[in-house]
Design a protein around this ligand. Sequence first.
Ligand code: SF4
Length: 432
Amino acid sequence: MSDQQKPKNPERHSTYIQKEKKSTKPFHKTPMLDQLESGPWPSFVTGLKRLAHNNNMMVDLLGQLEHSYKTRLGYWKGGTVSVFGYGGGIIPRFSEVAAMFPESKEFHTLRVQPPPGNHYTTKMLRQLSNSWNKWGSGLIAFHGQTGNIMFIGTTSENTQHFFDEINDFGWDLGGAGPCVRTAMSCVGAARCEQSNCNEQKIHRLLVNNFIDDMHRPALPYKFKFKVSGCPNDCMNSIQRADFAVIGTWRDDIQVDQKEVKAFVAKKGRKYVIDNVVSRCPTKALSLNDDDSLAVDNRNCVRCMHCINVMTKALSPGKDKGITLLIGGKRTLKIGDTMGTVIIPFMKLETDEDYEKLRALAATVIDFWAENGLEHERCGEMIERIGLVNFLEGVGVDVDPNMITHPRTSSYVRLDEWDQEAAKWNERKQAAG
Ligand code: SF4
């Protein structure tokens, strides 16, 4: 690096600091890994090699990886590694081929909670990467599917040092194991005009309330909160969260007819009919002769399609709130499940509203902790015991808007249908 290229303040420049550290081990031959760099896309192997110039741990990690590819076997085993006061947050990895690759014999991952909405400052990112260069391999993933920042590759001893240092900066470990996991929330109102709720506030409320369940795993299995500000669901909460909070609205879509006409003038009637009107899943849209848009709001299912296409002309309604879904998860015992709506609409404005949300989350976790089998996600428990029993257990009344899937069968059992409908009507009137 020439003097000219050197940053004025090297302390604040992590790449400069990293370049000063040099690995002292020669690289292993990695012909199979090298092939992965030959395709058109950026390869993780290139990234690992770049880090290996700066530390021996990555040199041996590449050697072990090549060895795994050759023998078609994985050589990592688990164990127990933690920091003082915590029971989770670290994924231990010990190598079974440590004799061949001693520098990477311990390669633990630390899960660290991201700020809600992933709002970082450059100062925070520098602090994190400087600390990790000091105590770990330098390899960081922003972010794992659970939402954490993944600091991948350190020794048992350095785990505590790294944690102590970043904890001083205000960072905390996330969840790993049978516990409440690190939550995720979308960037939200800070940068997205479709936001219908205070995503960051909900995220913090839930995480802070269940922090003990995150750090000391004592639940049947993992439990994830995810918060998306609108039905676009950028956090994949329907698919991936046991407790999904999604911002929505219950009045009419806001339509700026001037902007609709400008959009039609720019794109043409055919484009609007082909790409907006006819793609509404419930046929709730029509384009009038004067190029204005009519929305049948009673039939709108908040899919967001029209709003996503005509961002200037259409926006969510003004009466905003959230929908709550329970039981989404990826594969395990019964395959993937999508979240089921248990609260179709709820306002989140006052402290009491937030308290209601917190209390419901606590009730759901308590009920699942009592009734879930070992290694059984909340959605799997609901499948096993039945949705009605779950709702009774958590004290939520059945509502016709609790939709898991649009009806596909014309056969519907009608026994006691009228009595149930009458009960629902009574409840609705009582609630005003
Ligand atoms: Fe139709 Fe979806 Fe637009 Fe609602 S949000 S009107 S369902 S396209």
